[in-house]
Design a binder for this molecule. Sequence first.
Ligand SMILES: [Zn+2]
Length: 674
Amino acid sequence: MKSLLIAEKPSLMRQIKEVYTKHRNEIKDEIIFSALHGHILRLVEPREMTEDNLWDIHNLPFNPKDYGGWNYRVEDVKTYRNIKELMSGVDYIIHAGDADREGELLVREVLVYAKNKLPVKRYWLNSTTDKDILNALLNLRDDSEDFFENLYHEALIRQRLDYLFGMNATNAITNRAGMLVKSGRVKSAIVAMVVNRENEINNFVPSKHYTVNALLDDFDASNLAEFQTKEKAEDFAKSLDKVMVVTDFEKKEKKVYPPKLFKLSTLQAFMAKDGIEASMTLAILQELYEKGYVTYPRTGCEYLSESEDLSVILKTAKEGVMTDVPTQVDMPKGVKKFINQKEVDKEGHTALIVTSKRPTSLSGNHLKVYETIKRRCLMMFMPPAIFEETIVTLEVNDEEFTAKGLTAKDKGYFNFDIMNFPKEVHIPSLIIGQELNVMEYKPIPHEAKKPTRFTDATMIMALENPSKYLNDISLKSKELSVGTPATRAGILSQLTKKDKNGNVFLTREKNRKVYQFAPTKYAMDIVAKFGHLGLFKVDMTGEWENMLGDIRSGKLDANEALLKGEKDVQEMIEEIKKIPKSGMGKVICECPFCGGDILEGKKAYFCSNWKEKGCSIGIFKEFWGKPITKAEVKDLLTKGFIVKSFESKKGNPYKKALDYNKNERKVTARDGFI
Ligand SMILES: [Zn+2]
């Protein structure tokens, strides 16, 4: 028998081929190899289906099913023809898309488009070590298994829903705003989260209150009463006697188990605290994965499968570690907590762990990421930390004071995680009825915490668990998420890039060690105007993601999900139609002199406060016969200069820098050429 393997990308194909060649005699059937380059097909775009003006909100929502259906166009003709030709000479196909929903779709859409009738086997692998690749080749699965069918349908519906949402939302909002506003299911939700946070920061009112602590010989005890001023807290303190009575004393043992293994988002959040941004962590992981050092990166699973060989992980993980480490896998019984076959099956991947292949020459951030995963793997084999927790209750003048003590009896896995070791507080043994002297009563100020901007770490975690940002409280009990581990980093970086009009939603700036997201004025303006719409809320995208998860687990029929999505889009358009049109698009940028709006006039650009405040900016719409665009006006006023192409009298092209002279309020050509 002869088969054709179709890999998602050439690098994966080469890896498999290498192992195949090495072990040719162990593999029964002959395999010929081919590779895609990501999606070689794309969905047909609206303008290819209709001449209707889809920027007119009355022609929305647009749905391909009303215009001939969901069809694809071949983007990469050469690759497609090559695969089609190879298909004609084999007995079956080996689907070697990445082991995730996008990977399932990538290869399947090609097979569907090519009207494939051959049986399809699935090469499904989460690691890239030679041993595992060989194992996957020897144990090809059937692509018609429910698991793959569901995964394919999940990906297919995801693709269609995002198409419907993105196209319809973008066109409808653009129609209402009078300027291009690119919208997407996950994108819009993120923009709104960042803007809302910025508003919380701007509207923050500092507030302070006081409580009173009793300072005893060995420890502090606290009281719950809150006072608005320090004076009132002091009055309260003065009213108390200087001797307290122990009314309750409790000691108990508390075990703290090692943290869960990493999934992509928790690792991204962890690395972000170290200044490595989410998309960078993912890129590094992808490299480590392709070299065979770690398991599949785009995972949302924190567990291992029952068949995992733990001794392999332990062997790699303890490499080069100086602290005492266990030598046997079965040492702490707690290791069992890290295994959960159900979770692994649901996700199709295990947690992120190290493989048996040890890297020899990693450095910089690659080393940091690898070592972080390795340490987390090692912690799994360590015993839990054992603490003694003490709770004391005291009474004075009918007022109750309490204190909590914490002492470590065994540091356990914290020997590897010293940074997170909790602060110890020692409280001596006390007897009920015992009297203690109070040295002093002290007012303790508590300040309301000012909200902070999202960082890479807090953003990734918020998207993973957005319950705090939901509007509909009834959704809070569900496990929702915004986007998937595989897509979040990419969407965040898209949001910080300019569209063709030079507009951008978010900025990402380094504050001390970490990056923070801040909204631009453009984003603030849009959310101020449209933020109340469902499309800017976390709820809908969270629910959709949930719906997609239900397709994957076989709980929901794909067509039903699509219908629900179409209905949501229809409702979204109706909602947007109710908003009157605004002239947001006419404002080019903020006036740097008076904060007014810079607008386009007949012959020149001008400030909206020109009449009222006499604010002149002096930018004509032409310079040396060349038109000055709106984007250039914005650059001139914000950056202070632009570079423009001109031609000499003889027709030779040259470039010149034009400066905006703030003192004279006019555009001048800089000396020399560029
Ligand atoms: Zn002005």
